[in-house]
Design a protein around this ligand. Structure first.
Ligand SMILES: *Cc1c(COP(=O)(O)O)cnc(C)c1O
Length: 429
């Protein structure tokens, strides 16, 4: 990854911050200038948002694109209500998982035909981990270990452990910081998160993938916190398998189906542990014997969840004409600016960022450690700054560049400082 740590040289433009009021004026002015120069600023109008609040939880549930309700109304009233069963064929329902996969593909650097949408991320982690084990099997029986990011979103670890038990493999939980040293001749599969959901740390996808391949292993990447937030480069970096969710930075709606990426070179041998009839080469033959479809379609399971799936498809329109590189540039500028505002406004010693300062190690969120995090987040939300609490002591703020601006970042930091002033500091830990 070529991005380097950005020294905040632009701070020199700011008159020295001697008093709070002066700081607020100059940072608010800078925010206005940054918003005025932002090529993505207009995208916010595509979303249903109110100006009374600052929405910094799009890394948990993306905001609603304005046009989605009307499109879903059509899916329900016309496609379901009038066309009924014909919609499966004439309305394109049947092919939605792969069609929508191809729309997500450019956002994560994948060529067509390698992504299917369906099921939850948890289910796709299961498919991917078991399929990865089977890709290596039985050629290398001594290569048995499944390495899993122990700091990860817990579902990935729960599922990986079950997959390990089912396939009779040992699981090796580890901190991704120690991953490279743990790779060896016994490593079969590595499951790792691209961005840590708690700290916002971005892991080195190109480096870890290359090192795992060097060691003879396969890697499954979880892109829940990077898809739609930063360039992923699945094809360019030779990723084997990946999963990701669509209701965070991709704004697909609550519980919208996840996606599964199977690199083209693995597709012919991809052996799904959940080979439902949708993965059959000729599903309507209703044959008793399973014969897998070609391509990523064999990652499908059963009948797709059409309402959620088509809400996701509609929501993806907001990406039309958006360069992921521009999203990344804005995301880094936003998180830099937010951190700068927090530093300028917040009472000293009350919050500390656990999100890496280095751009190459930062996703699209900022997590602040704060001893009074539960009370602080509750008050913040009551004042219209919507972040979330990750127990016990993290204030988490997600920056979604399609609809969050610099004025939002400044306001969130200003309100945070007010709240910190009001919520008494506990005894030192
Ligand atoms: C959000 C998230 C999930 C969510 O999984 P679901 O099956 O959709 O509930 C899984 N893994 C990671 C890393 C996540 O961030």
């Amino acid at each position: 990854m070529s991005e380097s740590r950005t020294e905040r040289t632009d701070v020199t433009d700011v008159p020295h911050l001697t008093d709070r009021t002066g700081a607020a004026e100059s940072l608010a002015e800078r925010a206005a200038a940054l918003d005025a120069a932002d090529e993505l600023a207009e995208r916010r109008k595509l979303f249903t948002l109110d100006d009374d609040s600052v929405y910094l939880d799009g890394n948990s549930l993306g905001a609603l694109p304005r046009h989605v309700p009307e499109r879903i109304q059509d899916v329900i009233s016309r496609q379901w209500g009038e066309l009924r069963i014909r919609s499966w064929t004439e309305g394109g329902w049947w092919t939605a998982p792969e069609r929508i996969g191809d729309r997500i593909a450019p956002l994560v650097g994948a060529g067509p035909g390698q992504i299917v949408v369906g099921d939850s991320t948890s289910v796709n982690v299961f498919k991917a981990v078991v399929a990865a084990v089977r890709l290596l099997d039985p050629a290398e029986p001594a290569r048995d270990e499944i390495l899993v990011d122990a700091t990860t979103f817990p579902t990935d670890g729960y599922i990986a452990r079950s997959a390990a038990r089912m396939t009779g493999r040992p699981i090796v939980p580890l901190d991704p910081e120690n991953l490279l040293g743990a790779l060896g001749p016994r490593t079969a599969v590595v499951l790792v998160n691209h961005v840590d959901f708690r700290t916002g740390r971005l892991h080195d996808l190109p480096g870890i993938t290359a090192a795992a391949h060097e060691a003879g292993a396969l890697v499954v990447w979880d892109l829940c916190h990077s898809a739609g937030a930063l360039p992923v480069g699945l094809d360019a970096h030779g990723v084997d398998l990946a999963v990701g969710c669509t209701y965070k930075y991709l704004n697909g709606g609550p519980g919208s189906p996840a996606f599964l990426y199977v690199a083209e070179r693995h597709q012919a041998r991809f052996d799904s542990p959940l080979p439902g009839w949708n993965a059959h080469t000729d599903p309507f033959a209703m044959a008793q014997d399973f014969a897998p479809a070609d391509g990523a379609v064999r990652g499908r399971v059963g009948t797709p969840d059409i309402l959620s799936m088509l809400a996701l498809e509609a929501s993806l329109d907001v990406w039309e004409g958006v360069r992921v590189e521009a999203v990344r540039a804005k995301s880094l500028a936003l998180t830099d600016f937010f951190l700068e505002c927090v530093e300028a406004y917040a009472p000293p010693g009350r919050v500390r960022s656990v999100t890496p300062a280095a751009h190459a190690e930062r996703g699209s969120q900022v997590a602040l450690r704060c001893a009074e995090a539960p009370a602080v987040m509750e008050t913040l939300i009551a004042r219209g700054v919507i972040g979330d609490l990750r127990r016990p002591d993290l204030l988490r703020f997600g920056f979604t560049p399609l609809y969050v601006g610099f004025a939002d970042a400044e306001r969130a930091a200003r309100v945070l400082a007010e709240v910190l002033t009001e919520v008494p500091a506990g005894p030192p830990a």
